[in-house]
Design a protein around this ligand. Structure first.
Ligand code: NI
Length: 226
């Protein structure tokens, strides 16, 4: 399941992030790459322990915590502190799969990467190329969203970032361990939650809406690990 989450950040918030990043020090993106992806990863990243990365990461986590669509789609248990990357002209990231388990630096906890997320921080008209290509069972999806929008996709997917041919593409990226590990089960819950929301919006809390809400929570109880 690939989900677009629009407006995670407002345009003012994107501008604020970009302002912080203008002054930041960037390092080679290979620092967080696995053995295989290191060979195809050609980009820059904000140092994971840098003050800017922490500030922006915490800011983004606060926004995500109150984003109903994100919570419904991801059912997050743990979120890896958001990282920031940058692809200047000629940079790219070849086809790879993200590591399954990520230790969170300094915290002594690990995140099983059920979902990958990319939040766009550059307007699509400001760069050429740089599409995130995600392979799923229906074929390839080409993702290049508005600044402030985010894509959420199963971390089991092979994916790549096309070479940037003009401008510079800035994004935040991170991983989520979901309370519901199975992507199919999570997709069903997301679908059911969406239907219940629109039913309640149209008809109010009818007996059927209450019953369906009960079904939703009982499925979460059955499938969730917390
Ligand atoms: Ni990746």
């Amino acid at each position: 399941m690939l989900v677009r989450i629009p407006g995670v950040l407002t345009q003012d918030e994107v501008a604020h992030c970009r302002q912080v990043l203008e002054a930041a020090a960037w390092v080679d993106g290979k620092v967080t790459a696995g053995q295989q992806s290191r060979q195809t990863k050609h980009n820059l990243q904000l140092g994971e322990q840098s003050a800017e990365a922490r500030e922006l990461g915490e800011f983004l986590l606060r926004r995500l915590g109150t984003n109903e669509l994100f919570v419904s789609a991801a059912l997050p248990l743990r979120i890896y502190p958001p990282l920031i990357n940058r692809y200047d002209e000629g940079m790219e990231f070849g086809t790879h799969i993200d590591n399954a388990i990520r230790p969170v630096p300094g915290l002594g906890v690990r995140v099983r990467t059920d979902l990958s997320a990319t939040l766009f921080l550059t307007a699509p008209e400001d760069y050429d190329g740089g599409e995130l290509i995600i392979e799923d069972t229906y074929g390839e999806k080409r993702v290049k969203f508005a600044a402030g929008d985010m894509v959420l996709y199963p971390a089991t997917s092979r994916h790549r970032v096309e070479p940037v041919t003009r401008g510079s593409r800035w994004c935040s990226f991170f991983w989520i361990q979901s309370m519901v590990r199975d992507d199919g089960a999570r997709a069903l819950l997301f679908d059911l939650d969406g239907a219940i929301r629109s039913l309640r919006g149209r008809e109010g809390d009818t007996a059927e809406a209450v019953q369906l809400t009960g079904v939703y929570h009982n499925l979460v109880r059955r499938w969730a690990d917390v």
